[in-house]
Design a protein around this ligand. Structure first.
Ligand code: NAD
Ligand code: ZN
Ligand code: ZN
Length: 346
């Protein structure tokens, strides 16, 4: 192992038991094994998934104690034994798809995100809510030169997820896409959709989110709290949107997606609120709709998503905070008070 001056312990935000309160405490510095690097963090985005992880509200739960965070950007400070594709001093990031087996049916067919052996950053392995973290050097993000660590961080989850999700809607340039939910994921989705030539309609339940969507290039917005989004989208697009991407954190938005879609349209679900929604069979069949889920993205998707950022097409709205603020950020996130993404600066 190659090392530079390293402490024995570091400060991290730990989920000791399920609930929104993380404990800020000293933890042992991990040692990188084969295919692993130790990274000193510069920044980490705070994703709504981290809140689901801390609360343990998904059917498949992480095991406390663990450190959440999967939008971490930092510098490689030590490498485990063996060869690596990254070197000391390189800027890398941890992602949700922390590692995969590389050999199964899914890994071999471009669906590594579905690998049964996958490890998830900040969920099954410790993540980026701390001064240091481990990454798998085969799966970590390579941060483009000239990136601002705080601004690029949300690309590592929010960015790649919506970039892939938008592609899965199969919306072509010039066609309408609805982005439902304009939070951390959604405000970046608006930007990717614009960059990909789509005509963007944004739907949320808060006016400030809709203003943010307009700022990032949405041509029409609907407040689903004040009016029926299906009727509004139908009228504006004369028949419904070709694609609908749902990033919202309420099941109601999933049900509304069906009404907003055009005949033959494709609806992609990115959001992961616990729960279910009623799906009207008649409407799905008679409109010949495709409804699919989409989970983050592959390493190739990530590279493409980062390339959009590096070419200046995507500018996440990021507000800076400290590691100590993580609990109050979770509180604001629950109340839908965050504008864009919060990111920790170390
Ligand atoms: P966020 O809290 O930043 O944003 C959520 C947005 O949903 C907010 O703008 C909120 O106002 C909006 N919203 C709430 N109720 C709504 C409704 N009824 N209609 C429309 N909008 C509504 O969260 P985020 O970080 O953007 O994450 C969003 C969801 O996506 C989370 O459930 C997260 O776990 C999930 N996620 C999934 C993937 C994936 O790979 N599929 C990746 C990352 C995050
Ligand atoms: Zn995430
Ligand atoms: Zn696999």
């Amino acid at each position: 192992m190659t090392t530079i001056d390293l402490p024995d312990r570091f400060t991290g935000a730990v989920v000791e038991e399920f609930g929104p309160e993380l404990t800020i405490k000293e933890v042992d510095l991990p040692e990188p094994g084969p295919n692993q690097a130790l990274v000193k963090l510069l920044a980490s985005g705070i994703c709504h998934t981290d809140l689901h992880a801390a609360e343990g509200d998904w059917p498949v739960k992480p095991e406390p104690p663990f450190i959440p965070g999967h939008e971490g950007v930092g510098e490689v400070v030590a490498l485990g034994p063996g060869e690596h594709e990254v070197g000391i001093g390189d800027l890398v990031g941890n992602v949700w798809l922390w590692s995969a087996c590389g050999t199964c049916e899914f890994c071999r067919t471009g669906w590594e995100t579905l690998c049964n052996e996958a490890e998830y950053g900040g969920y099954t392995v410790d993540g980026s809510f701390g001064q240091y973290m481990l990454v798998d050097t085969r799966y970590c993000a390579r941060i483009p030169e000239g990136s601002d660590p705080l601004e690029v961080a949300p690309i590592l989850c929010a960015g790649v997820t919506v970039y892939k999700g938008l592609r899965m809607t199969e919306t072509r340039p010039g066609q309408f896409v609805v982005i439902s939910g304009v939070g951390g994921l959604g405000h970046i989705a608006v930007q990717y959709a614009v960059a990909m030539g789509m005509r963007v309609i944004a739907v949320d339940v808060a006016e400030d989110k809709l203003s943010l969507a307009k700022k990032h290039g949405a041509e029409f917005t609907v407040n689903a709290r004040d009016e029926d989004p299906a009727a509004a989208v139908e009228a504006y697009t004369k028949g419904g949107a070709h694609g609908v991407l749902v990033t919202a954190v309420h099941p109601q938005a999933f049900a509304q997606a069906i009404g907003m879609a055009r005949k033959g349209g494709t609806i992609v679900f990115n959001g992961l609120p616990p729960g279910e929604f009623p799906a009207p069979i008649f409407e799905i069949v008679f409109k010949a709709l495709t409804i699919r889920g989409s989970l983050v993205g592959t390493r190739q998707d990530l590279e493409e998503a980062l390339d959009f950022y590096a070419r200046g097409k995507i500018h996440p709205t990021v507000h800076e905070c400290k590691l100590d603020d993580v609990n109050s950020v979770f509180e604001d996130m629950k109340q839908g008070k965050i504008d864009g993404r919060m990111a920790i600066r170390y």
